[in-house]
Write a protein that binds this ligand. Structure first.
Ligand code: BES
Ligand code: ZN
Ligand code: ZN
Length: 510
Protein backbone atom coordinates (compact mmCIF):
# COMPACT_ATOMS: atom_id res chain seq x y z
CA UNK A 1 0.00 0.00 0.00
CA UNK A 2 2.72 2.53 0.88
CA UNK A 3 4.37 1.69 -2.39
CA UNK A 4 1.24 1.67 -4.57
CA UNK A 5 1.57 4.13 -7.45
CA UNK A 6 -1.46 5.82 -8.96
CA UNK A 7 -1.32 7.67 -12.28
CA UNK A 8 -3.90 9.06 -14.67
CA UNK A 9 -4.00 8.51 -18.41
CA UNK A 10 -6.12 9.23 -21.48
CA UNK A 11 -4.42 6.56 -23.62
CA UNK A 12 -6.96 4.08 -25.02
CA UNK A 13 -7.82 1.43 -22.41
CA UNK A 14 -7.13 -1.35 -24.90
CA UNK A 15 -3.47 -0.34 -24.99
CA UNK A 16 -2.94 -0.43 -21.21
CA UNK A 17 -1.53 -3.76 -20.08
CA UNK A 18 -2.87 -4.75 -16.64
CA UNK A 19 -4.08 -7.65 -14.53
CA UNK A 20 -7.55 -6.17 -14.18
CA UNK A 21 -9.66 -3.45 -15.82
CA UNK A 22 -12.62 -2.07 -13.88
CA UNK A 23 -15.82 -0.49 -15.16
CA UNK A 24 -18.86 0.71 -13.25
CA UNK A 25 -22.42 -0.07 -14.37
CA UNK A 26 -25.68 1.45 -13.07
CA UNK A 27 -28.92 -0.44 -12.63
CA UNK A 28 -31.91 0.63 -14.78
CA UNK A 29 -35.53 -0.36 -14.62
CA UNK A 30 -36.49 -2.95 -17.29
CA UNK A 31 -33.28 -2.31 -19.21
CA UNK A 32 -29.73 -3.59 -19.21
CA UNK A 33 -27.43 -1.66 -16.82
CA UNK A 34 -26.01 1.62 -18.12
CA UNK A 35 -22.29 1.26 -18.85
CA UNK A 36 -19.37 2.16 -21.10
CA UNK A 37 -20.12 1.27 -24.77
CA UNK A 38 -16.94 -0.88 -24.81
CA UNK A 39 -18.46 -3.46 -22.46
CA UNK A 40 -22.10 -3.00 -23.42
CA UNK A 41 -22.45 -6.25 -25.39
CA UNK A 42 -21.14 -8.43 -22.53
CA UNK A 43 -23.20 -6.61 -19.92
CA UNK A 44 -26.32 -6.97 -22.04
CA UNK A 45 -25.72 -10.70 -22.43
CA UNK A 46 -25.14 -11.18 -18.69
CA UNK A 47 -28.29 -9.19 -17.99
CA UNK A 48 -30.35 -11.30 -20.41
CA UNK A 49 -29.18 -14.46 -18.67
CA UNK A 50 -30.12 -12.95 -15.31
CA UNK A 51 -26.49 -12.96 -14.09
CA UNK A 52 -26.00 -9.22 -13.70
CA UNK A 53 -28.48 -6.44 -12.99
CA UNK A 54 -26.11 -3.65 -11.90
CA UNK A 55 -27.22 -3.86 -8.26
CA UNK A 56 -24.78 -2.50 -5.66
CA UNK A 57 -22.13 -5.10 -4.77
CA UNK A 58 -22.95 -7.24 -7.82
CA UNK A 59 -19.91 -8.12 -9.91
CA UNK A 60 -19.32 -9.43 -13.39
CA UNK A 61 -15.83 -10.80 -13.99
CA UNK A 62 -14.87 -12.01 -17.46
CA UNK A 63 -11.88 -12.67 -19.66
CA UNK A 64 -11.41 -10.71 -22.89
CA UNK A 65 -10.74 -12.23 -26.29
CA UNK A 66 -7.22 -13.58 -26.82
CA UNK A 67 -6.03 -10.77 -29.11
CA UNK A 68 -7.13 -8.05 -26.65
CA UNK A 69 -5.39 -9.73 -23.70
CA UNK A 70 -1.97 -8.95 -25.17
CA UNK A 71 -2.41 -5.19 -25.13
CA UNK A 72 -5.17 -4.57 -22.61
CA UNK A 73 -6.39 -6.06 -19.34
CA UNK A 74 -6.16 -9.79 -18.59
CA UNK A 75 -9.46 -9.61 -16.74
CA UNK A 76 -12.45 -7.28 -16.96
CA UNK A 77 -14.49 -6.50 -13.87
CA UNK A 78 -17.84 -4.74 -14.06
CA UNK A 79 -19.08 -3.40 -10.74
CA UNK A 80 -22.75 -2.82 -10.06
CA UNK A 81 -23.36 0.51 -8.34
CA UNK A 82 -27.14 0.37 -8.01
CA UNK A 83 -29.46 3.02 -9.41
CA UNK A 84 -27.76 6.23 -10.52
CA UNK A 85 -29.98 8.61 -8.59
CA UNK A 86 -29.22 12.32 -9.10
CA UNK A 87 -31.23 13.12 -5.94
CA UNK A 88 -29.14 10.87 -3.71
CA UNK A 89 -27.42 12.59 -0.80
CA UNK A 90 -23.96 13.63 -2.09
CA UNK A 91 -22.21 12.18 0.98
CA UNK A 92 -23.97 8.84 0.51
CA UNK A 93 -23.01 8.78 -3.15
CA UNK A 94 -19.34 9.36 -2.32
CA UNK A 95 -19.54 6.45 0.11
CA UNK A 96 -21.02 4.25 -2.63
CA UNK A 97 -17.97 5.07 -4.74
CA UNK A 98 -15.61 4.29 -1.85
CA UNK A 99 -17.35 0.96 -1.41
CA UNK A 100 -16.93 0.26 -5.13
CA UNK A 101 -13.23 1.01 -4.64
CA UNK A 102 -13.20 -1.42 -1.72
CA UNK A 103 -14.97 -4.06 -3.83
CA UNK A 104 -12.28 -3.59 -6.48
CA UNK A 105 -9.53 -4.15 -3.92
CA UNK A 106 -11.24 -7.36 -2.76
CA UNK A 107 -11.34 -8.75 -6.33
CA UNK A 108 -7.68 -7.77 -6.77
CA UNK A 109 -6.83 -9.77 -3.67
CA UNK A 110 -8.83 -12.77 -4.88
CA UNK A 111 -7.23 -12.71 -8.33
CA UNK A 112 -3.83 -11.57 -7.00
CA UNK A 113 -3.91 -8.67 -9.42
CA UNK A 114 -0.97 -6.30 -9.00
CA UNK A 115 -1.77 -3.85 -11.77
CA UNK A 116 -5.16 -2.23 -12.15
CA UNK A 117 -6.86 0.06 -14.65
CA UNK A 118 -9.97 1.94 -13.54
CA UNK A 119 -12.25 3.50 -16.14
CA UNK A 120 -13.46 6.50 -14.16
CA UNK A 121 -17.24 6.89 -14.58
CA UNK A 122 -18.56 10.34 -15.41
CA UNK A 123 -21.86 11.35 -13.80
CA UNK A 124 -23.56 14.63 -14.43
CA UNK A 125 -24.54 15.22 -10.81
CA UNK A 126 -21.09 14.86 -9.20
CA UNK A 127 -17.81 16.49 -10.31
CA UNK A 128 -15.43 13.89 -11.74
CA UNK A 129 -12.78 15.18 -9.33
CA UNK A 130 -14.88 14.01 -6.37
CA UNK A 131 -15.67 10.71 -8.10
CA UNK A 132 -11.96 10.05 -8.63
CA UNK A 133 -11.11 11.02 -5.08
CA UNK A 134 -13.66 8.66 -3.55
CA UNK A 135 -12.70 5.77 -5.84
CA UNK A 136 -8.99 6.20 -5.09
CA UNK A 137 -9.73 6.34 -1.37
CA UNK A 138 -11.87 3.22 -1.51
CA UNK A 139 -9.29 1.20 -3.45
CA UNK A 140 -6.36 2.12 -1.22
CA UNK A 141 -8.33 1.79 2.02
CA UNK A 142 -9.66 -1.58 0.85
CA UNK A 143 -6.18 -2.74 -0.15
CA UNK A 144 -4.87 -2.23 3.40
CA UNK A 145 -3.19 -5.08 5.23
CA UNK A 146 -0.90 -5.32 8.27
CA UNK A 147 1.54 -8.19 7.93
CA UNK A 148 4.55 -6.76 9.78
CA UNK A 149 4.54 -9.42 12.47
CA UNK A 150 3.69 -12.35 10.21
CA UNK A 151 7.14 -13.85 9.93
CA UNK A 152 7.33 -17.62 9.86
CA UNK A 153 3.75 -18.22 8.69
CA UNK A 154 4.08 -15.99 5.63
CA UNK A 155 4.23 -17.71 2.24
CA UNK A 156 5.99 -16.43 -0.86
CA UNK A 157 2.72 -16.70 -2.76
CA UNK A 158 0.85 -14.45 -0.28
CA UNK A 159 -0.73 -11.45 -1.96
CA UNK A 160 1.02 -8.22 -1.04
CA UNK A 161 -1.37 -5.71 -2.51
CA UNK A 162 -1.60 -3.49 -5.56
CA UNK A 163 1.58 -2.17 -7.11
CA UNK A 164 0.21 0.07 -9.81
CA UNK A 165 -3.14 1.74 -10.46
CA UNK A 166 -4.04 3.69 -13.59
CA UNK A 167 -7.14 5.86 -13.73
CA UNK A 168 -8.41 6.24 -17.28
CA UNK A 169 -10.41 9.21 -18.49
CA UNK A 170 -10.47 10.41 -22.07
CA UNK A 171 -12.03 13.80 -21.36
CA UNK A 172 -11.01 15.02 -17.91
CA UNK A 173 -7.47 13.94 -17.12
CA UNK A 174 -6.66 17.08 -15.15
CA UNK A 175 -9.67 16.88 -12.83
CA UNK A 176 -9.22 13.14 -12.36
CA UNK A 177 -5.55 13.69 -11.50
CA UNK A 178 -6.41 16.33 -8.91
CA UNK A 179 -9.14 14.24 -7.29
CA UNK A 180 -7.16 11.00 -7.32
CA UNK A 181 -4.18 12.73 -5.68
CA UNK A 182 -6.41 14.02 -2.87
CA UNK A 183 -7.86 10.53 -2.45
CA UNK A 184 -4.43 8.94 -2.28
CA UNK A 185 -3.19 11.45 0.32
CA UNK A 186 -6.24 10.94 2.53
CA UNK A 187 -6.25 7.14 2.23
CA UNK A 188 -2.52 6.84 2.89
CA UNK A 189 -2.89 9.02 5.99
CA UNK A 190 -5.77 6.86 7.27
CA UNK A 191 -3.62 3.77 6.69
CA UNK A 192 -0.80 5.37 8.71
CA UNK A 193 -3.26 5.66 11.61
CA UNK A 194 -4.32 2.03 11.10
CA UNK A 195 -0.69 0.94 11.19
CA UNK A 196 -0.06 2.81 14.45
CA UNK A 197 -3.17 1.23 15.98
CA UNK A 198 -2.33 -2.27 14.79
CA UNK A 199 1.00 -2.05 16.58
CA UNK A 200 0.79 -3.78 19.96
CA UNK A 201 1.33 -1.98 23.25
CA UNK A 202 4.95 -3.12 23.25
CA UNK A 203 5.46 -1.90 19.68
CA UNK A 204 3.83 1.52 19.97
CA UNK A 205 4.76 3.35 23.16
CA UNK A 206 4.68 7.11 23.86
CA UNK A 207 8.19 7.32 22.39
CA UNK A 208 6.88 6.04 19.03
CA UNK A 209 4.40 8.94 18.92
CA UNK A 210 7.28 11.32 19.62
CA UNK A 211 9.53 9.71 17.00
CA UNK A 212 6.79 9.77 14.36
CA UNK A 213 6.13 13.47 15.00
CA UNK A 214 9.83 14.33 15.03
CA UNK A 215 10.28 12.55 11.70
CA UNK A 216 7.35 14.35 10.11
CA UNK A 217 8.68 17.67 11.44
CA UNK A 218 12.12 17.02 10.00
CA UNK A 219 10.85 15.94 6.58
CA UNK A 220 8.35 18.78 6.13
CA UNK A 221 9.72 21.60 8.26
CA UNK A 222 7.02 21.52 10.97
CA UNK A 223 7.63 22.69 14.54
CA UNK A 224 8.00 19.78 16.95
CA UNK A 225 7.76 19.85 20.73
CA UNK A 226 7.82 16.98 23.17
CA UNK A 227 7.28 17.63 26.85
CA UNK A 228 8.94 14.98 28.95
CA UNK A 229 8.10 13.95 32.49
CA UNK A 230 10.35 16.57 34.13
CA UNK A 231 8.73 19.41 32.16
CA UNK A 232 5.28 18.06 32.91
CA UNK A 233 6.16 18.16 36.60
CA UNK A 234 7.33 21.76 36.30
CA UNK A 235 4.16 22.70 34.42
CA UNK A 236 1.92 20.95 36.94
CA UNK A 237 0.32 18.46 34.59
CA UNK A 238 -1.13 16.28 37.32
CA UNK A 239 -3.52 14.49 34.94
CA UNK A 240 -1.07 12.83 32.59
CA UNK A 241 1.45 12.36 35.42
CA UNK A 242 -1.21 10.72 37.57
CA UNK A 243 -2.17 8.28 34.83
CA UNK A 244 1.48 7.47 34.18
CA UNK A 245 2.32 6.85 37.87
CA UNK A 246 1.75 3.10 37.70
CA UNK A 247 3.85 2.63 34.59
CA UNK A 248 7.53 1.94 33.97
CA UNK A 249 7.28 3.65 30.56
CA UNK A 250 7.67 7.46 30.59
CA UNK A 251 4.90 9.68 29.19
CA UNK A 252 5.23 12.26 26.37
CA UNK A 253 3.17 15.29 25.46
CA UNK A 254 3.83 15.48 21.74
CA UNK A 255 2.99 18.63 19.76
CA UNK A 256 3.35 19.25 16.05
CA UNK A 257 2.68 22.61 14.44
CA UNK A 258 2.12 23.44 10.80
CA UNK A 259 2.24 27.16 10.07
CA UNK A 260 1.29 28.51 6.62
CA UNK A 261 3.53 31.52 7.19
CA UNK A 262 0.78 34.11 6.93
CA UNK A 263 -1.89 35.36 9.28
CA UNK A 264 -4.56 32.68 9.51
CA UNK A 265 -6.92 30.82 11.78
CA UNK A 266 -5.47 28.20 14.12
CA UNK A 267 -7.08 24.81 14.55
CA UNK A 268 -5.92 22.68 17.48
CA UNK A 269 -6.41 18.91 17.30
CA UNK A 270 -5.88 16.86 20.45
CA UNK A 271 -5.90 13.04 20.36
CA UNK A 272 -5.95 10.57 23.26
CA UNK A 273 -2.76 8.54 23.11
CA UNK A 274 -3.18 5.81 25.72
CA UNK A 275 -0.91 3.15 24.26
CA UNK A 276 -2.46 0.50 26.51
CA UNK A 277 -5.33 0.89 28.95
CA UNK A 278 -5.36 -1.81 31.65
CA UNK A 279 -7.68 0.37 33.74
CA UNK A 280 -4.96 0.89 36.37
CA UNK A 281 -5.94 -0.01 39.95
CA UNK A 282 -9.60 0.02 38.79
CA UNK A 283 -8.45 -2.81 36.55
CA UNK A 284 -10.48 -3.95 33.56
CA UNK A 285 -11.74 -7.53 33.19
CA UNK A 286 -9.23 -9.78 31.40
CA UNK A 287 -11.50 -10.84 28.59
CA UNK A 288 -11.03 -8.52 25.61
CA UNK A 289 -8.40 -6.41 27.39
CA UNK A 290 -6.03 -6.92 24.44
CA UNK A 291 -8.24 -4.52 22.47
CA UNK A 292 -7.08 -1.72 24.75
CA UNK A 293 -3.94 -1.38 22.65
CA UNK A 294 -6.32 0.60 20.39
CA UNK A 295 -6.81 3.23 23.07
CA UNK A 296 -4.41 5.50 21.18
CA UNK A 297 -6.57 5.76 18.04
CA UNK A 298 -7.39 9.42 18.74
CA UNK A 299 -3.69 10.24 18.93
CA UNK A 300 -3.06 8.24 15.77
CA UNK A 301 -5.81 10.18 13.97
CA UNK A 302 -4.39 13.62 14.74
CA UNK A 303 -0.80 12.63 13.91
CA UNK A 304 -1.80 10.94 10.65
CA UNK A 305 -3.92 13.97 9.69
CA UNK A 306 -0.76 16.05 10.16
CA UNK A 307 1.00 13.88 7.58
CA UNK A 308 -1.61 15.02 5.03
CA UNK A 309 -1.44 18.62 6.24
CA UNK A 310 2.35 18.60 5.87
CA UNK A 311 1.97 17.39 2.30
CA UNK A 312 -0.90 19.63 1.20
CA UNK A 313 0.17 22.80 3.02
CA UNK A 314 -3.26 24.37 3.59
CA UNK A 315 -3.76 28.08 4.33
CA UNK A 316 -4.63 27.47 7.98
CA UNK A 317 -2.35 26.88 10.98
CA UNK A 318 -2.88 23.40 12.39
CA UNK A 319 -1.48 22.11 15.67
CA UNK A 320 -1.78 18.49 16.78
CA UNK A 321 -1.16 17.40 20.36
CA UNK A 322 -1.00 13.85 21.67
CA UNK A 323 -0.80 13.24 25.40
CA UNK A 324 0.76 9.77 25.36
CA UNK A 325 1.11 7.24 28.18
CA UNK A 326 -0.09 3.79 29.09
CA UNK A 327 -2.42 3.20 32.04
CA UNK A 328 -0.91 0.57 34.33
CA UNK A 329 -1.28 -0.59 37.91
CA UNK A 330 2.33 -0.66 39.15
CA UNK A 331 3.05 -0.10 42.81
CA UNK A 332 3.21 3.68 42.44
CA UNK A 333 -0.10 3.76 40.56
CA UNK A 334 -2.66 6.43 41.36
CA UNK A 335 -5.28 5.23 43.86
CA UNK A 336 -9.01 5.65 43.65
CA UNK A 337 -9.72 8.61 45.93
CA UNK A 338 -6.46 10.43 45.14
CA UNK A 339 -6.74 14.09 44.22
CA UNK A 340 -4.72 15.58 41.36
CA UNK A 341 -3.98 19.15 40.22
CA UNK A 342 -4.46 19.76 36.51
CA UNK A 343 -2.38 22.18 34.41
CA UNK A 344 -5.00 24.95 34.73
CA UNK A 345 -5.25 24.61 38.51
CA UNK A 346 -8.49 22.59 38.56
CA UNK A 347 -8.37 19.82 41.18
CA UNK A 348 -9.93 16.45 40.50
CA UNK A 349 -10.86 13.50 42.66
CA UNK A 350 -9.92 10.29 40.87
CA UNK A 351 -12.78 7.98 41.70
CA UNK A 352 -11.99 5.47 38.95
CA UNK A 353 -8.49 5.11 37.50
CA UNK A 354 -9.99 3.61 34.33
CA UNK A 355 -11.44 7.01 33.41
CA UNK A 356 -7.90 8.07 32.43
CA UNK A 357 -8.54 9.51 28.97
CA UNK A 358 -10.18 12.68 30.29
CA UNK A 359 -7.30 13.15 32.76
CA UNK A 360 -4.63 13.31 30.07
CA UNK A 361 -6.77 15.24 27.58
CA UNK A 362 -7.56 17.86 30.23
CA UNK A 363 -3.88 18.80 30.61
CA UNK A 364 -3.26 18.59 26.88
CA UNK A 365 -6.16 20.90 25.99
CA UNK A 366 -5.51 23.47 28.70
CA UNK A 367 -1.80 23.57 27.82
CA UNK A 368 -2.50 23.60 24.06
CA UNK A 369 -4.96 26.49 24.34
CA UNK A 370 -2.56 28.51 26.48
CA UNK A 371 0.42 27.81 24.23
CA UNK A 372 -1.12 28.08 20.75
CA UNK A 373 -4.17 30.35 21.29
CA UNK A 374 -6.31 28.44 18.77
CA UNK A 375 -9.56 29.69 17.22
CA UNK A 376 -11.06 26.21 17.60
CA UNK A 377 -10.18 22.97 19.37
CA UNK A 378 -11.25 19.47 18.43
CA UNK A 379 -10.37 16.51 20.61
CA UNK A 380 -10.76 12.90 19.55
CA UNK A 381 -10.65 9.94 21.89
CA UNK A 382 -11.71 6.35 22.52
CA UNK A 383 -13.18 7.76 25.69
CA UNK A 384 -16.22 5.84 26.90
CA UNK A 385 -17.84 2.44 26.57
CA UNK A 386 -21.11 4.34 27.00
CA UNK A 387 -20.90 5.73 23.46
CA UNK A 388 -21.09 2.17 22.13
CA UNK A 389 -24.28 1.59 24.13
CA UNK A 390 -25.77 4.81 22.76
CA UNK A 391 -24.67 4.83 19.12
CA UNK A 392 -23.29 1.37 18.43
CA UNK A 393 -20.49 1.15 15.89
CA UNK A 394 -21.98 3.38 13.19
CA UNK A 395 -21.66 6.94 14.49
CA UNK A 396 -19.00 8.68 16.54
CA UNK A 397 -20.41 10.70 19.41
CA UNK A 398 -19.89 14.45 19.47
CA UNK A 399 -20.28 17.03 22.18
CA UNK A 400 -19.60 20.69 21.39
CA UNK A 401 -19.97 24.15 22.88
CA UNK A 402 -20.21 25.65 19.38
CA UNK A 403 -23.00 25.11 16.83
CA UNK A 404 -20.76 26.43 14.05
CA UNK A 405 -17.94 24.01 14.81
CA UNK A 406 -20.43 21.17 15.16
CA UNK A 407 -21.79 21.97 11.71
CA UNK A 408 -18.36 22.08 10.12
CA UNK A 409 -17.26 18.80 11.67
CA UNK A 410 -20.53 17.11 10.94
CA UNK A 411 -20.31 18.13 7.25
CA UNK A 412 -16.67 16.97 7.09
CA UNK A 413 -17.63 13.64 8.66
CA UNK A 414 -20.47 13.18 6.17
CA UNK A 415 -18.15 13.91 3.26
CA UNK A 416 -15.63 11.38 4.60
CA UNK A 417 -18.15 8.61 5.32
CA UNK A 418 -17.44 9.02 9.04
CA UNK A 419 -20.74 10.22 10.49
CA UNK A 420 -21.03 11.92 13.86
CA UNK A 421 -24.02 12.38 16.14
CA UNK A 422 -24.26 15.27 18.57
CA UNK A 423 -25.15 14.75 22.21
CA UNK A 424 -26.19 17.54 24.58
CA UNK A 425 -24.24 19.13 27.41
CA UNK A 426 -25.57 21.44 30.13
CA UNK A 427 -25.36 22.25 33.84
CA UNK A 428 -27.38 19.18 34.81
CA UNK A 429 -24.71 16.88 33.39
CA UNK A 430 -21.94 19.05 34.86
CA UNK A 431 -23.53 18.54 38.27
CA UNK A 432 -22.89 14.81 37.97
CA UNK A 433 -19.12 15.37 38.15
CA UNK A 434 -19.19 17.64 41.21
CA UNK A 435 -16.97 16.29 43.98
CA UNK A 436 -17.42 16.68 47.72
CA UNK A 437 -13.68 17.14 48.25
CA UNK A 438 -12.25 18.59 45.00
CA UNK A 439 -13.37 20.90 42.16
CA UNK A 440 -14.57 17.94 40.09
CA UNK A 441 -14.36 14.14 40.06
CA UNK A 442 -13.42 11.98 37.11
CA UNK A 443 -16.62 9.94 36.84
CA UNK A 444 -20.23 11.01 36.78
CA UNK A 445 -21.96 7.67 37.29
CA UNK A 446 -23.50 5.41 34.67
CA UNK A 447 -26.21 7.67 33.24
CA UNK A 448 -24.98 9.70 30.26
CA UNK A 449 -21.40 8.47 30.61
CA UNK A 450 -20.28 9.92 27.28
CA UNK A 451 -21.71 13.32 28.16
CA UNK A 452 -20.28 13.49 31.67
CA UNK A 453 -16.85 12.61 30.23
CA UNK A 454 -17.28 15.60 27.90
CA UNK A 455 -18.44 17.71 30.86
CA UNK A 456 -15.08 16.96 32.47
CA UNK A 457 -13.21 18.07 29.33
CA UNK A 458 -15.30 21.24 29.09
CA UNK A 459 -13.61 22.52 32.26
CA UNK A 460 -10.35 22.81 30.32
CA UNK A 461 -11.33 24.73 27.18
CA UNK A 462 -12.57 27.94 28.78
CA UNK A 463 -14.50 29.89 26.09
CA UNK A 464 -12.66 28.43 23.10
CA UNK A 465 -15.01 26.90 20.52
CA UNK A 466 -14.54 23.18 21.09
CA UNK A 467 -15.84 19.87 19.82
CA UNK A 468 -15.20 16.47 21.33
CA UNK A 469 -15.37 13.27 19.28
CA UNK A 470 -15.85 10.00 21.17
CA UNK A 471 -14.66 7.26 18.80
CA UNK A 472 -14.76 4.30 21.22
CA UNK A 473 -17.37 2.62 18.98
CA UNK A 474 -15.87 3.52 15.60
CA UNK A 475 -12.08 3.35 16.00
CA UNK A 476 -12.36 -0.40 15.48
CA UNK A 477 -15.33 -2.66 14.64
CA UNK A 478 -16.61 0.33 12.58
CA UNK A 479 -19.60 -0.36 10.28
CA UNK A 480 -18.65 -3.26 8.04
CA UNK A 481 -17.83 -2.09 4.51
CA UNK A 482 -15.52 -3.25 1.75
CA UNK A 483 -13.04 -0.46 2.44
CA UNK A 484 -13.12 -0.85 6.23
CA UNK A 485 -11.12 -3.92 7.25
CA UNK A 486 -11.43 -5.79 10.52
CA UNK A 487 -9.34 -4.04 13.18
CA UNK A 488 -8.66 -0.30 13.33
CA UNK A 489 -10.60 1.88 10.89
CA UNK A 490 -8.41 4.99 10.87
CA UNK A 491 -11.50 6.99 11.83
CA UNK A 492 -11.14 10.74 12.17
CA UNK A 493 -8.20 11.14 9.81
CA UNK A 494 -10.25 11.76 6.66
CA UNK A 495 -12.79 13.86 8.61
CA UNK A 496 -9.96 16.15 9.76
CA UNK A 497 -8.48 16.31 6.27
CA UNK A 498 -11.88 17.21 4.83
CA UNK A 499 -12.44 19.80 7.59
CA UNK A 500 -9.08 21.45 6.88
CA UNK A 501 -9.43 21.34 3.08
CA UNK A 502 -12.76 23.15 3.24
CA UNK A 503 -11.83 25.56 6.06
CA UNK A 504 -13.42 29.02 5.78
CA UNK A 505 -12.33 31.92 7.93
CA UNK A 506 -13.67 31.46 11.46
CA UNK A 507 -16.01 34.25 12.57
CA UNK A 508 -14.98 35.20 16.09
CA UNK A 509 -18.47 36.00 17.38
CA UNK A 510 -19.74 32.46 16.91
N1 BES B 1 -10.59 3.33 26.93
C1 BES B 1 -11.77 3.23 27.69
C2 BES B 1 -13.04 3.41 26.88
C3 BES B 1 -13.38 2.30 25.91
C4 BES B 1 -14.22 1.27 26.30
C5 BES B 1 -12.93 2.34 24.63
C6 BES B 1 -14.55 0.27 25.42
C7 BES B 1 -13.27 1.34 23.74
C8 BES B 1 -14.08 0.31 24.13
C9 BES B 1 -11.78 4.31 28.78
O1 BES B 1 -10.55 4.68 29.27
C10 BES B 1 -12.57 3.76 29.92
O2 BES B 1 -12.17 2.78 30.47
N2 BES B 1 -13.69 4.38 30.24
C11 BES B 1 -14.55 3.93 31.27
C12 BES B 1 -15.01 5.13 32.03
C13 BES B 1 -15.75 4.81 33.30
C14 BES B 1 -14.83 4.19 34.31
C15 BES B 1 -16.36 6.08 33.86
C16 BES B 1 -15.75 3.23 30.64
O3 BES B 1 -16.23 3.66 29.61
O4 BES B 1 -16.15 2.19 31.18
ZN1 ZN C 1 -9.82 3.47 30.84
ZN1 ZN D 1 -8.94 4.48 27.92
Amino acid sequence: METTRLSVTDKPVDTLASDLVVYVAARRKDMPPACDPKIEARVKKAHELGDFSGKMDEELLYYPDEDKKKTGGRRILVLGMGKDDPDEDPGDFLDTLRRLGGNTAKVCEKTKAKTLVVCVPHMGHTPVEKISQALAEGILLGDYRFAKYKKTTRKKSDYEGLKEIKFFSDTAVKAVRKGAKMGVTAAKAACVARDMANEPGNGWTPKQFADYAADLAKTHGLAYTCLEKKEMEKLGMGGILGVNQGSSTPPCMVALEYNPGKKSDTLLLVGKGVTFDSGGISIKPGSGMEEMKYDMCGGAAVMAAMAAVAEEKPGIRVVAIVPATDNMSGSRAIHPGDIIHHFNGVTSEIVNTDAEGRMILADAMAWGIKTYAPDCVVDIATLTGAVIIGLGHHYSGMVSNSDALYERLSAAGKEAGEPVWRLPLNKDYEKQIESRVADIKNVGGKPGGTITAAAYLSKFVDKTPWAHLDIAGTAWDFTEKSYIPKGPSGIGVRTFISLIRSWKKWEKQR
